[in-house]
Design a protein around this ligand. Sequence first.
Ligand SMILES: Cc1cc2nc3c(=O)[nH]c(=O)nc-3n(C[C@H](O)[C@H](O)[C@H](O)COP(=O)(O)O)c2cc1C
Length: 171
Amino acid sequence: MKFTIVYASATGHTEDIAERLDQLLPDSELKELSDLKSIQDIETCEALICCTPTWNTGSDVKRSGTTWDDYVEQIPTLNCSGKPVAIVGLGDSAAFSKFFCDAMEELYTAFKKAGGNLIGQVSGDDYIFDDSKSMIDGMFCGLPIDEDNESEKTQDRLEAWCQTILNETNA
Ligand SMILES: Cc1cc2nc3c(=O)[nH]c(=O)nc-3n(C[C@H](O)[C@H](O)[C@H](O)COP(=O)(O)O)c2cc1C
């Protein structure tokens, strides 16, 4: 299965993580969200990984602070029926401990409404944080990455998670 990795980034962390995912997956392509001709391009992807930071602390809507905010209301109108969709969130679990990677949930919910098959949920056990809108039924709805405080954990997290989503799509 081919994964299309779509990212938006303000200061480069999310871009770097998207590139590293592209290197780890056997069959993938990398796209910056702002380079898509239209958000409808996403409908043609076989499987999707959406990478977003959180910048708009505490906000209910448009939490990313990137180009994702321009599209998040449109995503539920797409036809992503049955498409595997996985979310990666960049955040800071120390300085923004009550809002850790909040933007992941917004994309998760939008793609779920579009009919996507949301994969790649992650246990919170390996993270120290107070709260996150991205915890759903006791699991993170995607992969949180904290380059500000725990960059030494990132490679292991990425490798384990790639294996998870490959297993989930081969099942
Ligand atoms: C003003 C500001 C607000 C932020 N708000 C949050 C937040 O609410 N939740 C969070 O987890 N991280 C927050 N962060 C941390 C960023 O999401 C984090 O540094 C991320 O890696 C940035 O990704 P980017 O370089 O791709 O833009 C914030 C950072 C700044 C400077």
